[in-house]
Design a protein around this ligand. Sequence first.
Ligand code: SF4
Length: 272
Amino acid sequence: MMKLKEIESKSILVKSGLSTVDYVVNPYIGCMHGCIFCYARFMKRFTGHKEEWGQFVDAKVNAADLVKNGEKYRGKSVFFCSTTDPYHPPEARYKLTRQVLEKLIPHQPNISVQSKSDLIVRDIDLFKQFKHIIAGISISTLDESIQKKVEPLASSPKRRIAALKKMKKSGLKTYCFVSPIFPGITNWKAILRKTKSFVDEYWFENLNFYPSIRANMYNFLEEYDPKLVDKYREIYTKGNSYWYDVEKEIASYCKKNKIKCKIYFHHKSMTK
Ligand code: SF4
């Protein structure tokens, strides 16, 4: 059973360890989407949660009050979110992402926001008040039956695509985060074909096979297609040549089709 708790946090805009972003905002600890591949489950260690990932959420109900000295964020890049989804189901009730965004409007940071939920369209009115913003939806598959298994409580691919379309139609700059790319499952070309008329750029990320997600992934693969179990073992134990080839293919496809793309592949940590 999902445990939802309200907490008071000490900070909300946190300096990012990512080279591409100045600050990250995480209005929740935990994420109700409960994706089986989620790397953010390391948050359990830091917060003392014993529940399964996806089975607990702490809502930082004082999030908006923590946005202080807003001018220091002017022109800085702020990313929603790195260890939760800004629009997972509790956001419909708490509106914490919305409240933090509202507080930031007068200070005009450069916002990037990314979700697996079509609740994101609720805040189009706020997004439009930022001069520099890019709004993204993450998609790993167009097949709803697979999506339900790997990202159980996120919106269906159809709804995510509709959200991207709506954001583009309202004049926003959009991106599609094709992530994670599951070997033998994710048809990234099909995702591009389906969305390219309303997506400005694509970001790609491969499946990072953290030790903490391996059992989940192998259980899923056993059920979905046992042949893939050996394929994954091979990919993740024999160096990174598989991913170098995928990366090359994506880069050349995007170049040929004049698609703007960023590739965030993690070769180094792949086989550890
Ligand atoms: S939506 Fe993102 S943060 Fe939430 S469980 Fe899935 S991968 Fe993790």
